[in-house]
Design a protein around this ligand. Structure first.
Ligand code: TPP
Length: 333
């Protein structure tokens, strides 16, 4: 529910595409702001990892995907779920632990799933869904399907052994996998420079002989161009691609607050990255190029607020799972 899928035409992007990208990013931003606003009520009892500031990555990639393409994600999954077309009513209900939640209230924010959108799932084990993505691509290969399986993961996931094992295996078998590394420079409170040698992450993937590049993860058009190119490569049978998207998380690692008081990053750094707000940048571009005016911007804002408020209403009004059913849906029977 909610997102619009489009395509970019030729070199530049057309007006419709830009507006759709804007709407999709704004929907993610407003949903997460609403989560942050309501979190202190303590009715959502699951941890939440917000991706405010990182919306361009999910949208730039997913705007290129078709329904048949499968997406896997991690603990910071809201943006990926929404961008792939997951139902936001059911996502919010999941955060409230309700029976109509997308994981029947058992999973919370870090275990989102919407099979109707082929969002196959998110789990919080760092790197955990990377091999599952290759498994999905291998299954497609056995079934002679040419869809693509996409793994979204953070910069710390490349420090897990399964990352290299999966890239190696996918390269060897020329699997239809698109690896998207959201490099936001931190793993919880530890900066990348204290965890990895000073080289770009995409170069690790090149070592496994796959196509890999870096993109400005705050520019939805750059992400989109890179993803479009990657999908062309993958679908023509040339094997997997990795895109390292440089971006930044605005809020604390887990929770609704900012965290400059913790001292692991400076206020100046946060301010610098906020200047590169992906939504603001696209809005300014569209205004400058006379693609959008105040009336349409206001209309979009109101439509999105309406969707978000309805999703919260749906979630709050949904029942909790029956006590008797609590051991159901948590393991295979
Ligand atoms: C295997 C494993 N080790 C440690 C953790 C604890 N943990 C949760 S999130 C996280 C950091 C994740 O950083 P990154 O993958 O870069 O994503 P980001 O949170 O920056 O989006 C860690 C270490 C975990 N969930 N799984």
């Amino acid at each position: 529910m909610g997102v619009v899928h489009g395509d970019i035409s030729g070199k530049g992007a057309n007006a419709g595409f830009l507006i759709d990208s804007y709407k999709n990013m704004l929907l993610i931003r407003r949903v997460e702001e609403k989560i942050a606003e309501l979190y202190s009520e303590r009715e959502m009892r699951c941890p939440v990892h917000l991706s405010i500031g990182q919306e361009a990555v999910a949208v730039g990639v997913c705007m290129n995907l078709s329904k048949e393409d499968t997406v896997f994600s991690n603990h910071r999954a809201h943006s990926h779920y929404i961008a792939k077309g997951g139902d936001i009513n059911r996502m919010l209900a999941e955060l409230y632990g309700k029976a109509e939640g997308c994981s029947k209230g058992r999973g919370g924010s870090m275990h989102l799933i919407d099979l109707s959108a082929n969002f196959i799932g998110a789990t919080p084990i760092v790197g955990g869904t990377i091999p599952l993505t290759a498994g999905s691509a291998l299954a497609s290969k056995f079934q002679n399907k040419n869809n693509v399986s996409v793994a979204f993961f953070g910069d710390s996931a490349v420090e897990e052994g399964v990352f290299s094992e999966t890239v190696n295996f996918s390269s060897l078998h020329k699997l239809n996998v698109l690896f998207i590394c959201e490099n936001n420079l931190y793993s919880v409170l530890t900066p990348l420079k204290d965890r990895q040698p000073q080289r770009e992450i995409f170069k690790i993937a090149q070592g496994h002989d796959i196509l890999a590049c870096q993109a400005d993860g705050n520019d939805v058009l750059k992400v989109c161009e890179a993803a479009k190119e990657a999908l062309r490569h993958i679908k023509s049978g040339k094997g997997p691609v990795l895109i390292e998207c440089m971006t930044y998380r605005w809020l604390e690692h887990c929770g609704p607050n900012d965290d400059v008081n913790l001292g692991y990053r400076t206020e100046e750094e946060v301010i610098e990255w906020k200047k590169k707000d992906p939504i603001k940048m696209l809005k300014e571009k569209m205004i400058k190029e006379k693609i959008i005016g105040n009336d349409l911007l206001e209309k979009i804002e109101l439509e999105i607020l309406d969707k978000v408020n309805n999703a919260v209403k749906f979630a709050k009004n949904s029942p909790f799972p029956e006590k008797e059913s609590l051991s159901k849906h948590v393991y295979a029977e």
